[in-house]
Design a protein around this ligand. Structure first.
Ligand SMILES: [Zn+2]
Length: 74
């Protein structure tokens, strides 16, 4: 076989490797806060007792002082 190095210009068309535009990412949505703003109250879904919501502490981690039910966002 007299074929030595295979560095011929075979098979490489013009413009190879284009076409993948790196899409800029979409804005991140903040997570699972259900659209409630900061502050506000938590409310017990069972007896209606309200408690002040502490920012950074989800309402469902707070138990109702009256009945012990986990509170939800008012
Ligand atoms: Zn309650």
């Amino acid at each position: 076989m007299p074929y030595g190095d295979g560095t011929g210009p075979t098979g490489q068309g013009p413009g190879t490797g284009r076409g993948m535009t790196a899409g800029s990412g979409r804005g991140r949505m903040g997570g699972n806060n259900a659209g409630a703003g900061p502050g506000g109250n938590c409310v017990c879904p069972r007896c209606g007792t309200k408690a002040s919501h502490v920012r950074g502490v989800p309402c469902f981690t707070i138990k109702c002082p009256q009945c012990g039910t986990k509170m939800t966002r008012a």
